[in-house]
Design a protein around this ligand. Structure first.
Ligand code: 5RP
Length: 262
């Protein structure tokens, strides 16, 4: 890899690096999906290769599974692991109660299953992901392909009774074709603007026929590691009520970038 990382990538990197403090030898670790989670996988891979860290990783997508194997992490299925010590993943938005919007990368279903099967879920994010109220980022909802337009109509109808600003939704595309998740489903992105009651919305959406899961993660996240472009990190633990601040040295080692093209 050549050239400098952008401030946003540095922020993602330092958040991911700091979050490796949550990982101990022998742990079963849920590995998130997305650009921030990819940094975590690279950092953990380096610790496996260089420091002899022994972990078993449960990936939340085929993308993450490929990267984890590439950097030297032993990959096992969630069924083989049964329960995880910690899951570390990115987020599209997080609020003051550490409720999240996830699924920007289309992996929300596996991400929610894996996070919920963990003693602890830690979110890694740059400071731009923090919001007062969830909803500016379109809320991803995974729906089965059969009758997806009916599900979409039911969702939009249901939103009439909800505390949201907007009610439109769009089918996520991958070029000219609908985006297909790892489970073979579609994603509807709900343009809500503001979600007044995320807990209620998360429950109501999952009652609609055809909806598999939604991207609201309520009471699942235990801690967030926030990265800044200048190397500062902040660790907020919602259970302990603590905030820790630190600054990480940023060193671009070739080892970390084995999967990245020049
Ligand atoms: C994937 C996700 C990601 O964690 C989320 O989209 C954040 O991605 P990034 O770290 O690339 O900003 O939920 O489904």
């Amino acid at each position: 890899m050549t050239g400098e990382l952008s401030p946003i990538d540095k922020a993602k990197f330092v958040a991911a690096k700091k979050a490796t403090d949550f990982v101990e030898d022998g742990m079963r670790v849920g590995l998130g999906t997305g650009s921030t989670a990819a940094w975590l996988v690279r950092c953990l891979g380096e610790m496996v290769r260089e420091d002899g860290l022994r972990i078993k990783g449960v990936p939340t997508s085929t993308r993450t599974a490929e990267l984890a194997r590439e950097v030297g992490i032993e990959v096992i299925s969630l069924d083989a692991a049964k329960w995880l010590d910690v899951t570390i993943d990115g987020a599209d938005e997080f609020d003051g109660e550490l409720n999240l919007i996830k699924g920007g990368g289309g992996a929300l279903l596996q991400e929610k299953i894996v996070a919920t099967a963990s003693d602890q879920m830690v979110v890694i994010a740059d400071i731009g992901k923090e919001v007062e109220t969830l909803g500016a980022f379109p809320l991803p909802v995974e729906v089965v392909p059969f009758g997806w337009q009916t599900s979409q109509a039911l969702i939009e109808e249901t939103l009439v009774g909800m505390d949201v600003l907007g009610r439109s939704s769009t089918l996520r595309m991958n070029g000219d074709a609908p985006f297909i998740t790892d489970e073979g489903n579609h994603i509807l992105d709900l343009h809500l603007g503001r979600i007044g009651n995320p807990r209620q919305l998360a429950m109501v959406l999952n009652q609609i026929p055809g909806v598999v899961e939604n991207g609201l993660f309520i009471d699942i996240c235990d801690a967030v590691v926030i990265g800044y472009g200048d190397g500062r990190v902040e660790v907020r633990d919602i259970n302990a009520g603590t905030v820790e601040e630190a600054t990480l040295d940023f060193v671009e080692t070739d080892n970390l970038f084995t999967d990245l093209a020049d």
